[in-house]
Design a protein around this ligand. Structure first.
Ligand SMILES: NC(=O)c1ccc[n+]([C@@H]2O[C@H](COP(=O)([O-])OP(=O)(O)OC[C@H]3O[C@@H](n4cnc5c(N)ncnc54)[C@H](OP(=O)(O)O)[C@@H]3O)[C@@H](O)[C@H]2O)c1
Length: 194
């Protein structure tokens, strides 16, 4: 299949993480410009360095902070054609009764609320252009609950519910919405959790 994203700008969250970095590099190979979003600027720059010159912009944002998100959306360097949401806070396996309100709130803010906010702002522009893509990095955890991760499991189910609503409501504007239900990837994220 020939994929050409040379005229497209993709807002990629979690772009300092393992999957986000690999995704950014692959998107750049098919011509996309990526706006790399996460908190750690140096790690985002490391991602940008692995991409062809001029194919990335870096935007440091804490996705638990709606004001920071608002500011970033106002300052976007160009029209966004697609959002790929890879950001997810790391966590340690914790039984439900030991989870703090903060643990759960952080998962929902980054996993769901930030995307609601970004979609609210960016979907109308995609509707006007009659082209858009929204992608979530979901997980098997949306279906098969892993122990010690009630908050994460819930967020992944919520993400898939949200993506179905986006597909249903915006498909007629040529906006495709998909969640990738990933299995465990042997890498840093899993090792940090053990
Ligand atoms: N790895 C796996 O085995 C696996 C399996 C199934 C699904 N997934 C899903 O795939 C996605 C990516 O996973 P990964 O392995 O690449 O994880 P990762 O390496 O831990 O990366 C997580 C990313 O989220 C960002 N992030 C976390 N908290 C944030 C916040 N408050 N504000 C902004 N950004 C924040 C991190 O950036 P900063 O720290 O720089 O902010 C980082 O870029 C996640 O949605 C995960 O649920 C992963």
């Amino acid at each position: 299949m020939q994929i050409d994203l040379s005229q497209r700008t993709i807002l990629l969250t979690g772009a300092s993480g393992e999957l986000g970095r690999k995704t950014a590099v692959e998107l750049a190979k098919v011509g996309a410009h990526c706006i790399l979003m996460a908190r750690q600027v140096e790690a985002l720059q490391k991602t940008a360095q692995q991409m062809p010159e001029g194919s990335a912009s870096v935007l440091s944002v804490d996705l638990t902070d709606s004001q920071q998100i608002e500011g970033a959306l106002e300052a976007l360097p160009r029209h966004v054609d697609a959002i790929v949401h890879c950001a997810a806070p790391t966590f340690k396996y914790t039984k439900l009764h030991q989870l703090t309100e903060d643990d759960t709130e952080q998962q929902f803010q980054v996993g769901v609320h930030s995307m609601m906010q970004m979609c609210t702002k960016l979907l109308p522009e995609m509707m006007l252009k009659r082209w858009g893509r929204v992608v979530f990095a979901s997980s098997l955890a949306s279906l098969v609950s892993g122990r010690g991760a009630a908050h994460y499991n819930m967020v992944k189910s919520a993400q898939e519910s949200l993506i179905r609503s986006i597909a249903l409501e915006y498909g007629r504007y040529q906006i495709c919405a998909n969640a990738l239900r990933l299995g465990p990837i042997d890498g840093e994220r899993l090792s940090k959790r053990e």
